[in-house]
Design a protein. Sequence first.
Length: 72
Amino acid sequence: MPQPLSDDEKHRLEERLFELKQEHRDLDDVINRLLQSADVEELQLKRFKKRKLKLKDTILKLENVLIPDILA
């Protein structure tokens, strides 16, 4: 069973989570703008989407650390 997080660790993780969510939202905006433009660079779009998926995975992992599964 993992050790409980200290308040300092929890605070750092929450700050990191906030930053990642902000970056995820920013990427979403960039992707939407690219999709609306007439001259979309497919490679760039794919890179942004891949980065967004990686961010989502990292966000979920951090959320699982901060909010452990009660049923586990």
